[in-house]
Design a protein around this ligand. Sequence first.
Ligand code: AMP
Length: 549
Amino acid sequence: MIVSTMQEGALTTQLLVDRMTSIHAHKRVFVGVDRDISPRTFAETAARTRRVAGWMLASGLREGDCVATLLWNCHEHLELFLAVPSVGCVLHTINTRLSAETINAMLAETRPRALFVDVGMAQLFEALTLPAETTMVVGVSPSGTRPAMASDSPVLDYTTVMAAATPLTRWPMLKEQQACAICYTSGTSGKSKGVVYSHRSAILHAIAMLGVDAIAMSEKDVCFPIVPMFHALGWGFPYAACMSGAELVFSYRNSDPASIAHLVHTCDVTLATAVPTVWSGVLDAVRRGDVNETDLKSLRRLPIGGAAVSEDLVSGFEAMGISVQHCWGMTEVSPLGLVSSRRAGVSDEEWRALRMTPGMPLPGCELRVISEQGHEVPRDGRSPGELQASGPWVTGAYFDPASSDGHSGAGSFVTDGRGQAWLKTGDVATWDTRGYVRIVDRAKDLIKSGGEWISSIELESALCTHPAVSEAAVVPIPDSHWQERPLAYVSLVRDWPGQEPDLKGFLAARLPKWQVPDRVIVLLELPKGATGKIDKRRLRQLAASAPVA
Ligand code: AMP
């Protein structure tokens, strides 16, 4: 028998910190708070990471302890992204937009020993019931204001903690399979559940992101993750940038078009990532003249994911020379599973349609599409089935401290004949022989009308091609005759001149008559969930509470 001669170096976040010093020391991290931009080099960031790591160990934190953050995108959050797992603790990034009640439920599960909280969130913080284990609270003030929290637990100050800390010179030995961070699913279609990433999964995911047919991030890029760092670890972009040497830009809590354009222009951003609603806001602002198109001229690529992108968004940015990379992912998949990329042999005409799909699975992430009968659907680009995922950065369970092994959620997974576990994503997809996957819908969002399925995503995309429509969401409503009918909610672009457009007529000219919603309701703004995505759960409640004739 021949056995491998390779070394067994563990894939851990410690490698990122070391590489930031040894290879990319001069690269910078920029943070824009209001109009002030503060840069720090990777070397400084790595040194500060070792400092906060030293403080954590000196304060008695030990391997396996949870450390939570209630922070926006800032220098301090990046330092904790690196330091907490590198000392063997587990980072719980709390979504700052959740209610105190929801956060309390999560804290009751993860029971952090330390909490780092933005001092601007004093009101939310005061409403939290911290578990008995949370004996250390550190106030972080990226905008330079001093902590001002009235609380029973003495709140330390990050700057003071850092000044007094002794930097950690030698990392503890870690195993790559141990827990690195926990993130909760966004819960737009159900209860939020904890997903625990390992060091190995985080590093493999970062390596996969760098691939040229993936995000293709290199040290020549300036990467601006607008997506909050609490959402699936900022979709993996901060770690991928630390690994590749791409410079990083963070916008603190701001994702409005003017703040984005200011940072893109000042920091020469080449690559920026956010959910579609953020980008449609930027596109609208450019079209209205509120944002100067030339401020965006350094941008090359926009990896956009979290929800379907519209044709208007893709062609609008293309017209400015910026290409949209449509991505699909979910918290359970770390989060990236699919990234659009033009394969060799794809003609211009084919690409016009294929660029709207989130493309091919990342190498290392296996996907399959399974019919209701439990078989793989034909790869004909037409037959729908449930998208299932498997691989080293796909979760195999949900975090459940009440169960004996800390795991639950068996109903969300299936095991195939070879013993391989597959995550049932709940997304409905088709795929073709070349591996291009098209997301047709969330299983829950499909509308069954008169025995036929109507795709809410297709209706939303069609509505978004109307120049008056800024955002669209379609939900099913019960119907005594048809079983279900689609109901559309839209918001119009700001300052849309004239009357409400005839959107039903617009759809009727493009889609079969039975698919056209009986009503299209215009709202000032569509409700958003804590991650900035349109909250269909609230729209379904709205539709149920105000039934339409
Ligand atoms: P989250 O865990 O919050 O990242 O949400 C994951 C869910 O967002 C997926 O299961 C999909 O339903 C949806 N999603 C993500 N990316 C896309 C996309 N490109 N197109 C359509 N839906 C998407």
